[in-house]
Design a protein around this ligand. Structure first.
Ligand code: G6P
Length: 610
């Protein structure tokens, strides 16, 4: 993935670029760099391994004055996270490039360039772009034309920012497969991997489309696609810029966990009547389209995939529509048999995840689906723009790499989908009226659940020294157990697995001993008694149990059994509520272990590479 920011202005750009990088750190944070063209025509670069703060320190020692520059925060794909692999990459001392994505044919290009005498100083795929553009520029003397010529030879995915010392009035951007926006200022122009990176300088954006290449000067943008000039609309970003502060919380993750009651309300707003879900919330065409749906294919990655797994239980139960759920990286490379009238649904916080986006495009290219729906948190993202229908979750910007509020709002959106599909099929009924009531009550129950925070903090001490943990759930709580395990491994680096509790006896029971804490989610549902038997199996093997349970579950505390009682909640919305204590548990374990909670090692928030 990686984050890109660039600026051409009548003022100094170093601090604008630095602030942009801080805002883009969610895209990667293993090294950072910046190149700025000084007023006397010197293209200077600073780079540092580690987070943006390390670059900031390097700039304190030696700043980069000038009004044209590009910068980058990296998530390593090719080459270890060392300073020499950090972007920008340069060819000679006149051309600099920042790149997000992967160039698949870089090895053959590198051989070609090496044969011509170009020397490589990094292990990255990006450096070939720098040399190719420099070579092309020497031939044609025009940076836009040079970049245009080079990208025709690149296989893979990229967003690029390019500057050349001999064109001090030009900043070039290009996108194919990785996001890039243009920020429109007054007598100054910017590029960024997303609007958030530039909100400190403008709220007007051009969302570049696939294959676009743009020449920015201080006066404006010239955009070309497939060799022709094209016009792109300027849109105003209307979602505020309140996201980038921790607001008194120790970590973004904790702030975001606490925001869940509010953002769940926002996700419900305007989408419910007294007794049903408004199908129109999914777009004007949804009424007609939902009537025809005979099957659903959900595709997503990571936490969003777990939301999809819960949705399968809901959609089959409430709407009686057969539903498949698959991770995007598998789906996109499979010979998929598509049942008639299948709705293709993607789930994504960012709307830019490379595999999910590629899966959508693959599905569209097959021409076998009834329609496409994106459930997404970022308006204007590629996934939203390329899908026929969309429903926005209203989680607001999520900064912590481990997804929390984006997940619970996705669950809410998916329950709305299941209920809307049911309504299309059979009009109003009590099931929907009760579900609407439970949904409206959800923000209050979330607040009650958050009140368990300090008790969970106390509980977390039992995990800090452990190396493994096992999460159990049944029915729609199985994906919640998976999500609990994912959170724990992402931020505390404790190896965690999740199993449907009924599967315990088929293998994982062999691992259970006093060193393997077993966490179970036990709402008051039809599978409760079965789950309780599974928990007995754990106890009988000396496993220590941590059970998050409904007060009606009648699971008593005892030696080796810790019970945390959750508010009574309707069975249908229980997966949303039971997510919260697992988030808090991971959070507190990570804090105790002293890991980097918001930016765990080796991960990034938005994964725009395959
Ligand atoms: C990354 C993030 C996860 C996220 C996944 C899918 O791995 O670290 O938190 O669930 O990408 O992202 P998306 O934006 O498509 O939901």
């Amino acid at each position: 993935m990686c984050g890109i920011v660039g600026a051409i202005a009548g003022r100094q750009v170093q601090d604008i670029l630095l602030e942009g990088l801080r805002r883009l750190e969610y895209r990667g944070y293993d090294s950072a760099g910046m190149a700025v063209l000084s007023d006397d025509g010197q293209l200077e670069r600073r780079r540092a391994a580690g987070k943006v703060a390390a670059l900031e320190n390097a700039l304190k020692e030696a700043s980069l004055p000038g009004c044209l520059g590009i910068a980058h925060t990296r998530w390593a794909t090719h080459g270890r996270p060392l300073e020499r692999n950090a972007h920008p990459h340069m060819s000679g001392n006149k051309l600099a490039v920042v790149h997000n994505g992967i160039i698949e044919n870089y090895e053959s290009l590198k051989q070609e360039l090496e044969a011509e005498g170009y020397a490589f100083t990094s292990d990255t795929d990006t450096e070939v772009i720098a040399h190719l553009v420099a070579r092309e520029y020497d031939r044609c003397g025009d940076l836009l034309a040079a970049v245009e010529g080079v990208i025709a030879r690149l296989d893979g995915a990229y967003a690029l920012g390019v500057v050349h010392a001999d064109e001090p009035q030009t900043l070039i951007g290009a996108r194919k497969g990785s996001p890039l926006v243009v920020g429109v200022g007054i007598e100054e122009m910017f590029i960024g991997s997303d609007p958030l990176a530039l909100l400190q300088v403008t709220d007007r954006f051009i969302y570049l489309e696939e294959g676009d290449i743009v020449r920015l000067t201080r006066k404006g943008a010239e955009i070309r696609n497939a060799g022709k000039a094209v016009e792109r609309e300027i849109t105003t970003f209307e979602h505020g810029d309140g996201a980038v502060s921790r607001g008194g919380y120790r970590h973004f993750m904790l702030k975001e966990i606490y925001e869940q009651a509010g953002v769940v309300s926002a996700t419900l707003e305007g989408r419910l009547t007294e007794n049903h879900v408004l199908t129109r919330s999914f777009g004007a065409a949804a009424d007609t389209l939902f009537d025809q749906v005979d099957a659903i294919q959900i595709v997503a990655c990571g936490t969003s995939y777990h939301a999809g797994m819960v949705a399968r239980y809901w959609i089959e139960k409430l709407a009686g529509i057969p539903t498949q759920v698959e991770v995007a990286s598998e789906y996109r490379y499979r010979d998929v048999v598509v049942p008639r009238n299948t709705l293709f649904v993607t789930l994504s916080q960012s709307g830019e995840t490379a595999d999910t986006l590629a899966a959508l495009r693959f599905a569209q290219s097959q021409n076998k689906y009834l329609g496409t729906l994106a459930i997404c948190n970022v308006p204007g993202s590629s996934l939203v723009r390329e899908s026929e229908l969309s429903l926005m979750t209203q989680a607001g910007p999520e900064i912590g790499v481990a997804s929390t509020k984006a997940f619970t709002t996705q669950l809410v959106a998916l329950l709305l989908l299941a209920l809307a599909l049911r309504h299309q099929r059979q009009g109003n009924d009590d099931v929907q009226a009760n579900a609407v009531k439970a949904l409206r009550h959800l923000p209050d129950v979330l607040k009650e659940t958050l009140a368990l925070d300090s008790a969970i903090e106390t509980l977390s001490a039992a995990f800090a020294e452990k190396h493994h943990a096992l999460f159990l759930g049944r029915g729609p709580q199985f994906p919640i157990a998976l999500e609990g395990a994912l959170k724990l491994k992402e931020i505390s680096y404790i190896h965690a697995e999740a199993y449907p509790a009924g599967e315990l006896k088929h293998g994982p029971l062999a691992l259970v001993d006093s060193e393997m804490p077993v966490i179970a989610v036990a709402p008051n549902d039809e599978l409760l008694e079965k789950l309780k038997s599974n928990l007995q199996e754990v106890r009988a093997r000396g496993g220590e149990l941590f059970v998050f349970a409904d007060s009606r579950a009648n699971i008593s505390e005892g030696e080796g059994v810790h019970v945390m009682t959750l508010p009574q909640v309707d069975e249908l919305v229980a997966p949303i509520i039971y997510t919260v204590p697992l988030q808090l548990l991971s959070y507190h374990v990570a804090v105790l272990k002293g890991t980097d909670v918001d930016q765990p090692r080796n991960l990034a928030k938005s994964v725009t590479v395959e």
